[in-house]
Ligand binder design. Structure first.
Ligand SMILES: Nc1ncnc2c1ncn2[C@@H]1O[C@H](COP(=O)(O)OP(=O)(O)OP(=O)(O)O)[C@@H](O)[C@H]1O
Ligand SMILES: [Mg+2]
Length: 343
């Protein structure tokens, strides 16, 4: 079978957020190291894209790169487009506007997003007014109360008076989501938003994100370690390994018919994915980003690796409609051998 092999479809108006060949380099005490390599994916407008991979695979860095929130001294190449605007080209004023209103981020730990000494109400009002300078304090207050109600906080007027330490972790994550929503963003970037919460609360927050996607048409980019958590929320899934994308496609296709041996390994190691099956940790360690092997970064841990995998750098190529894989063996079996066409 021969299908077009471009893994870089053009950015259309259906795409809310797009990364094209994004490379990120961070300074360290021993020099600059490359953290991300050729990251390319699109998040469709109103859809949810999940980034999954082991710790250190580059999920958070990819999200920070999408919002241009990388630490100082970081260097980024490639293109990041949000709502048709090249984020990588914005000046300081454009960036402030983008971060205040167009895209908002939610981190794993809700406490890190809130000031301990300010009431929740003050922080919600400040967030609303930073996105819309013309908003009066009274209008911002009623928007904040409405939004707290929307995210499932009962008695919002009373809750506005509370301070972060007076509220449980799950309730606080709802408040952090409300702080994002008062800015009317079209894109929500969530970095493991449930990892710090207990299992029941995790489910509730995921239900809330699902509902926000459906009712507000929000575009969501979410990172997770947990493939089971994501199967009920995401439309598309990107699997990352060693700072690069190894597989990409509609979430159920990737989970049910993974093409990359790393995705297989990740699924096997996921506790609930194959009920009744023994948990199999992925053998070996993730690669050191400053000492990647010459071929596929997963080859040293891959039970199916052949000589070509160890010697030829892997490239993400489209193997089927909406599906892309960086496994050289699978590409060869699918008849994909051409260098991808430029978009
Ligand atoms: N400021 C930094 N300076 C140097 N290296 C960094 C910095 N931030 C991240 N890294 C390195 O970049 C790599 C990717 O880290 P990142 O936090 O993006 O991974 P992750 O997939 O989000 O991991 P986790 O699941 O643990 O959150 C790691 O090897 C990490 O050590
Ligand atoms: Mg992370």
């Amino acid at each position: 079978m021969s299908v077009p092999s471009s893994a870089r479809p053009p950015v259309t108006s259906h795409v809310a957020l797009s990364m094209r060949d994004v490379n990120v380099f961070l300074p360290t005490s021993t020099g600059e190291i490359q953290i991300l390599r050729d990251i390319t994916f699109d998040v469709g407008r109103g859809s949810v894209l999940a980034l999954a991979g082991e710790s250190g695979s580059g999920k958070s860095t990819a999200m920070l790169a999408a919002l241009r929130l990388l630490p100082s001294g970081a260097r980024i190449t490639g293109e990041v487009t949000a709502n048709g605007e090249r984020i990588d080209l914005l000046d300081a004023a454009g960036l402030r506007r983008f971060r205040a209103s167009a895209a908002r981020v939610i981190f794993q730990d809700p406490w890190s997003s809130l000031h301990p000494m300010h009431s929740l109400g003050d922080q919600l009002i400040e967030s609303a007014r930073s996105a819309d300078r013309g908003l009066t304090k009274a209008a911002a207050r009623s928007l904040a109360e409405e939004t707290l109600q929307r995210v499932g906080i009962s008695d919002p007027a009373a809750r506005m008076q509370s301070y972060p330490h007076q509220v449980s972790g799950g309730q606080l994550q709802r408040v952090v989501i409300a702080m994002a929503l008062v800015a009317s963003p079209s894109i929500l970037v969530c970095d493991e938003p449930t990892t710090a919460l207990d299992v029941t609360t995790q489910e509730q927050i995921l239900d809330l994100l699902r509902e926000l996607k459906e009712t507000l048409g929000l575009t969501i980019l979410i990172a997770t370690h947990d493939l089971d958590v994501i199967s009920g929320l995401a439309d598309d899934l990107v699997i990352m390994y060693g700072g690069t994308v190894v597989e990409r496609g509609p979430v159920h296709d990737v989970l049910e018919r993974p093409t990359h041996p790393y995705t297989w390994a990740l699924l096997q190691s996921s506790p609930d994915h194959r009920p009744g099956e023994r948990l199999r940790p992925i053998e070996g360690r993730p690669p050191a980003l400053d000492d990647l092997p010459p071929g596929c970064a997963f080859a040293p841990r891959c039970g199916s690796a052949e000589e070509i995998c160890r010697t030829t750098p892997a490239r993400l190529l489209q193997i089927d409609r909406g599906r892309a894989t960086a496994c050289t063996r699978v590409q060869a079996q699918s008849g994909i051998s051409e260098v991808e066409a430029a978009a």
